[in-house]
Ligand binder design. Structure first.
Ligand code: IPE
Ligand code: IPE
Ligand code: MG
Length: 226
């Protein structure tokens, strides 16, 4: 298969449409989430192959805590299981794994597994994979402003949970929705957006390559004149 002509440094995904994918098959929403994990795996594998340095995924928003308890619990246990399953592949591919968000709201068990995964993969230097969990852009800016005031800091970027991570070059949102849904509000300032009608569980390498082709055709000016 082809490779992208332009390789962005950081590609981020709003993985949307799992519930609709399952519903279209007469299944419970959680089946869409299960299949969505396969898309994460496919995207990750392609990203390693293409030399993309940072790949991030919006997995669970602060607002998603308001979903039915059954779905929330299902997503939390899926997160736990998927992380454990991937440790070996992260280590063999040089992937540093990180989870960013309001982790205080997670169970102790999940939080300690995350800490374990982050520590075990900390020396991964080929690529960084970030999962945004219990995250919202407004929460991030609020917590950054609070800590900056406490410490008398001056640069808010140093206090956002993404400190040290380059801003996304490309944001891909699946399922046809064209909104930010309280994702990285600060960090997306000059990001290119690609919206695709494909539902997340159907988003694989081929669709990823299409999005990267679209990205390659964009003229990024950053407010300057070219
Ligand atoms: C995205 O799929 C996954 C999460 C938000 C956790 P959805 O669960 O939002 O699926 P739709 O949008 O209802 O189809
Ligand atoms: C955005 O999807 C959040 C994640 C993908 C984790 P939602 O399905 O929660 O967003 P809305 O409600 O359609 O805006
Ligand atoms: Mg959705």
């Amino acid at each position: 298969m082809d490779s992208p002509q332009v390789v962005p440094v950081h590609v981020s995904f709003i993985m949307d449409g799992n519930g609709r994918w399952a519903k279209a098959r007469g299944k419970e929403r959680i089946f869409g989430h299960f299949e969505g994990v396969e898309s994460v795996r496919a995207v990750l594998e392609a990203s390693v192959e293409w030399g993309i340095k940072y790949v991030s995924f919006f997995a669970f928003s602060e607002e998603n805590w308001g979903r039915p308890q059954e779905e929330v619990l299902g997503l939390m246990s899926l997160m736990m299981r998927s992380m454990k399953n991937e440790l070996h592949s992260f280590l063999s591919n040089g992937i540093r794994f990180r989870v960013l968000g309001n982790l205080d709201r997670l169970s102790d068990e999940l939080r300690s597994e995350i800490a374990h995964m982050e520590a075990a993969t900390a020396s991964g230097d080929k690529m960084t994979m970030i999962i945004f969990m219990s995250y919202s852009g407004k929460w991030d800016i609020r917590q950054a402003a609070r800590r900056m005031a406490e410490e008398g800091g001056e640069d808010i970027e140093e206090y956002l949970v993404t400190a040290g991570v380059p801003d996304p070059d490309l944001l891909i949102r699946t399922s046809g929705e064209q909104r930010i849904s309280n994702y990285m509000l600060w960090q997306l300032a000059y990001t290119e957006f690609v919206f695709t009608p494909t539902l997340w569980p159907d988003f694989r390498k081929e669709q990823y390559l299409d999005a990267l082709r679209e990205y390659a055709s964009r003229d990024r000016r950053f407010g300057k004149v070219k």
